[in-house]
Design a binder for this molecule. Structure first.
Ligand code: GLU
Length: 468
């Protein structure tokens, strides 16, 4: 049995952010690669900001990415007994003291310290109180070491040392009795026997505080790994300015979750020059020790490139199912249309997202194909009207309606007219698809069927004749 026990511990204060999903994935890969356990813990102690809708959004985001968990979800809001017990243990060991300074007083002193150029840390006023005010409830602080160094041994960053003199006597429980964030995290990670705490670099400054709590509770330390933050292409912290930051937005924009997982895995981690990984390959090769400490740049274009590869490689029936889902909101309920897999097959190499796939598929199903204005004025011209009519009449006589015979017939017609293939093919393409770029002409004809093909050619010939 592997000793790897890792966790994802989101605060349910919004949707599942790309950065959160990135660290969730790294944890999941460690668990799956090492035969360990992936634990989900909802850090909902901030009652004001935590919502059930956000918790649900986190579940939905993880489910879409296929990051399943083995234990949990645990909710910090339901674990007060564990925090109370740990607090009592620390008090019994003489490692806490009561602090009567109010938040306002603390803030005032912090401001004053900053003004005078001193460190804005707690001044230790209540550390050795002999007489306590009886008109206030106290907060509980950790009696931290005042000298020496706290080391964070990080699998990605090496040893990061923090001078204890720089660290506060951390508040473990507020005056209203509620335990604080860093304290709950330690109690939970210890209770859940987390072996590797893998989280974003933004938490690195919390870690020495948490290490001090582990030591005070005489608990063994987990291994730590702080993953570099995600930046936008302009090297600034990833934010809405760079595009969607919620994982489910990528689902709605037509990304495949396998492509997103593949792309996230490559942010800060690599395996030679390989870009495309199956999940099994990721699980086999991913090592948290090989994650880079430099921040990674989230590049939506690269993700789109990868998505295109995944779309092209998807089995056609699966792609057809996605297409049905994405084209439905446009008024085309075609899930049971037997032509759907063939439609998907003609477009699979052409779309970067499922939204683009649906865009490009519309012409197959539309009653009146929407003709692009530029394509119309270039190709549906009076000069082309007789050609379109000729194509229509010639195809009307086709004894069989399949790609090979349609192509043979069309080429024979080109020959008779003495024109070039493109002279007939482009107006025909615009007539059938409304565009100048489309899948193969004869595939389109086969899928549309004889009646629709001929009707579109007639209509285009009319448009052409009447244009000027
Ligand atoms: N709840 C914290 C957050 O959402 C994560 C805490 C941790 O991973 O230790 O940022």
């Amino acid at each position: 049995m592997s000793s790897h026990r890792v966790r994802f511990a989101p605060s349910p204060t919004g949707f599942l952010h790309i950065g959160g999903a990135h660290t969730a994935l790294f944890n999941w890969l460690v668990a799956r690669g090492q035969g360990g356990k992936f634990i989900l813990r909802i850090e909902d102690t901030d009652k004001e900001r935590s919502t059930d809708a956000s918790t649900q959004a986190i579940f939905d985001g993880l489910a879409w990415l296929g990051l399943d968990w083995d234990e949990g979800p645990f909710y910090q809001s339901r674990r007060s007994a564990y925090y109370a017990k740990a607090l009592a243990d620390l008090a019994a060991a003489g490692r806490t003291y009561k602090c009567y300074c109010s938040p306002d007083e603390l803030e005032e002193r912090r401001q004053a310290a900053m003004k005078s150029g001193a460190k804005p840390k707690y001044d230790g006023r209540c550390r050795n109180l002999t007489c306590a005010p009886n008109d206030r409830a106290p907060a509980i602080r950790l009696r931290a070491h005042e000298t020496g160094t706290t080391h964070v041994r990080d699998l990605i960053r090496g040893n990061v040392a923090f001078e204890n003199a720089e660290l506060d006597d951390l508040i473990l429980a507020r005056a209203d009795g509620s335990p604080t964030y860093n304290f709950c995290v330690v109690v939970d990670d210890a209770d859940m026997k987390i072996s590797h705490v893998i989280r974003g670099e933004d938490h690195l400054s919390n870690t020495p505080k948490q290490v001090q709590i582990y030591e005070a509770l005489k608990l063994p330390l987990p291994a730590f790994a702080h993953v570099g933050l995600l930046l936008g292409p302009d090297k600034q912290k990833l934010s809405k300015r760079h595009g969607a930051t919620s994982v489910t937005a990528y689902k709605e924009m037509g990304f495949l979750s396998d492509a997103v997982v593949n792309y996230f895995a490559r942010l800060g981690w690599g395996h030679g020059d390989q870009e495309v990984f199956t999940r099994a390959e990721l699980i086999e090769n991913f090592r948290i020790e090989n994650v880079s400490k430099a921040p990674a740049v989230f590049n939506p274009e690269k993700l789109a490139w990868l998505n295109q590869k995944y779309i092209a490689a998807l089995p056609v029936d699966a792609l057809a199912a996605h297409l049905a889902e994405f084209i439905k909101p446009r008024g085309f309920d075609v899930a049971s249309d037997g032509r759907l897999p063939r439609v998907a097959a003609t477009l699979r190499e052409r779309a970067k997202t499922l939204v683009e796939l649906a865009d490009q598929a519309e012409f197959y199903f539309a009653n009146d194909v929407l003709i692009d204005a530029a394509a119309q004025s270039k190709f549906l011209t009076p000069a082309n009207a007789p050609l379109l009519k000729q194509v229509r009449d010639d195809l009307a006589g086709a004894p069989t309606w399949d790609v090979a015979s349609l192509e043979a017939r069309f080429r024979a017609l080109v020959e008779t007219t003495g024109k070039k293939l493109g002279d007939l093919a482009q107006p025909t393409r615009v007539a059938l698809s409304g565009r100048t770029a489309s899948p193969g002409l004869f595939e389109i004809m086969e899928i549309l069927g004889r009646d629709v093909t001929l009707a579109r050619l007639s209509r285009a010939a009319d448009l052409a004749r009447n244009s000027n």
